[in-house]
Design a protein around this ligand. Sequence first.
Ligand code: ADP
Length: 586
Amino acid sequence: MDKRGGLRHYISSVCGILVLFLITILVPVIILQAVIYYNRFDARRADELQSNLELARAISAAFSAYVNDILRQEKALSVMFASPVPLPESYIRRVMAGSAGEYPGLRDFAWINTKGIITVSSRPGVAGLDISDRSYFQNILKGKSYVVSDLFTPRTGDMPSFVIARAVRSDSGRLIGVMRALVVADGLRSVLTVHRPEQGAIAVIDSRGYAVYGYPEVHMSWRERNWAGSQAVLRRALAGTETTGIIASALTGKDIMVGITPVNGTEWVAEASRPVSEAMAPVYREMFRNFLLLLTVAFIAFILAVRISRRITVPLNALRKSSQAIGLKGYTERVQVSGPEEIEELAATINTMSEDIRFKEEERESYIHTISHDLRAPLTLIQGHAQLLQRFIDEAGIDDNVCLSVVTIIKNTHSMNTMIQDLVDSARLSSGQLKLDIKSLDLRKFVINLLEEAGTVMDMERVKAYIPHGLPNVKADPARLERIMMNLLSNGLKYSEGEVTVSAEKTDDMLTVSVSDYGTGIPEEEQPLLFERFYRAKGAGRREGLGLGLYITKGLVEAHGGHIWLSSQAGVGNTFCFTLPIHTIK
Ligand code: ADP
């Protein structure tokens, strides 16, 4: 059976149908689940991006408020420098220091004159510093009213800081000086920290894309602070557009979901993020749980399908075997099955049918017995007395005609006996009740004896045996082998005029026996029919016979484990050959 045939066979089996049924249910369920989870992933992703953006907006608002607060304070402090009555510097410094202490992360307030020199600072040691080259001072000179600088390292310390600077102008708009607040980036901790579960993060980033402050806090080198290089989303936000997206984290390399928004009044942005794996974990977990559940259900369903199919196929197989036995033997033992109700009913029907057949077989057997016994008993008696008569006639030398009559009686009782035997054997063969009594036989001796004994009923002078010495013994039932030989020989004698020969030879592990006559042969179209029950060839004419001889011969040969065939040539004659198994001595 080829693979496709095997698959087709499996699909049309009970188990295959159940599995196919399961698959037709499971496949749409799996597709539906896939669609549901695809949508759920999409929704979860959109939710997470949105909540990051909202958090970024809150961070942005908090930072913006902090900057505005400091700017307002700077405005208040600058009044001291615009006073018509000059105030003592020590007083101004004290007020500035007091104010600086109010703001987390703020290192100092300082007053810068128009030349870029710090003249007064809340922190000692800063006065006198020249910051005229700093870009925030340059921008104020260019006319900006205030500036939030990018992150830099101040000359007075190594902590990354930034500046919130405000221009102080006269009523006419002339620049009087600059009030500056220096803020240490890490100081933003108490202003911006928002606790996020697990790996959720926030950050504020300056206009060049440098991370100023981030939570959770990690120590970053200047190179690590530069995020703009690797994040296109960030560059878009720095250009002023609120944005969301999935990017690789500049710090961990993990994929993160970010929401970034510009900080009002500055060129900075605020960012909130969470790793994709963490944001999606609940959906993954749920999907995994459902997948496991589906797998378990599918597994249980498959096991059930196999068990259900076995509950059907096991009794069905038992029924098939018993039906085959009925086909072969005509009946079978009672078959006991347990399974679905319909199959149990079928088993009951088969059992009833088998019992009916057995009953009929028994009837037939007793009928065969009656025929073989009751009909043959008087015949045997007639035959016996006729043979006795023949002996008296021979001894008394009585005339030829009387002798001929007796011989005719003997021959006809013999052929009647043979016909009855044919009917009985044919019935036994067709009901499979033929039993063999196998012996080890020397074929040469067997054939010679047979020819001698049959001389009284057949014209054995026409028969010549050419069986070589030294052939191995065959395994055969002597009575049945006699029937085989007698059938073939009597046909040869009956349907031809001349000599009939018997020969034998060894072929592999069999002996082939051939019976040949030199009659007219059998037409080719009739040859395949010869071994059928009651078939008589057209050439049989009025010669006596039932058409059972070859049928029985074939059945007997095959019961021995051999086979029979005919080679016939029109005008030359027929050779019937059959094989018998050799008796090997172990
Ligand atoms: P029966 O001889 O009783 O008719 P068989 O079964 O022995 O039945 O033979 C079937 C038919 O085969 C015969 O009727 C006969 O026509 C043909 N047949 C058998 N043996 C020979 C033979 N040796 N020569 C010619 N025809 C034969």
